[in-house]
Design a protein around this ligand. Structure first.
Ligand code: 5GP
Length: 126
């Protein structure tokens, strides 16, 4: 499967150190930082360091080490932020893909949102 990756996207620029970010956690394969326009008291973006456009690109093409590194960093974020079910009251994890998913930045990212009740998952269809 071919996913065209755009090196000029904003998260690629963050990974290259060209734009500052509020990092909360990092490992060899992934970076977690605060969303610049938070939609919840806690709104973290977790991104792989590799060039993956979307969730389906990452799931299909990332190595097992990259997938493990990404998922473990998600767990670390939940613990650090106190929103995981072991110590907190939960969270919502969302990833948007493509036009129908209304993805703004074409580098795969997981939104982790917590600190309040998130409400309905999506708006009513209509
Ligand atoms: P998407 O709609 O692609 O799922 O979400 C993109 C997210 O990236 C949005 O929540 C937006 O606020 C966030 N974002 C866009 N530009 C920047 C930036 O320069 N820095 C940070 N930290 N977040 C950004």
């Amino acid at each position: 499967m071919a996913f065209a990756y755009d090196d000029s996207n904003i998260f690629a620029r963050i990974l290259r150190g060209e734009i500052p970010n509020d990092t909360v956690a990092e490992n060899d394969h992934a970076l977690a930082f605060r969303d610049i326009s938070p939609k919840a008291p806690c709104h973290i973006l977790v991104i792989p360091k590799g060039k993956y456009v979307s969730f389906d690109d990452f799931a299909a093409n990332a190595s097992e080490a990259e997938i493990a590194g990404f998922m473990r960093l998600c767990a670390q974020v939940c613990t650090q932020e106190g929103i995981g079910l072991e110590q907190g009251q939960g969270f919502r994890a969302i990833t948007n893909a493509g036009t129908h998913g209304v993805q703004e930045v074409p580098h795969f990212h997981l939104h982790i949102l917590g600190g309040a009740v998130m409400g309905p998952m999506i708006g009513a269809r209509g």
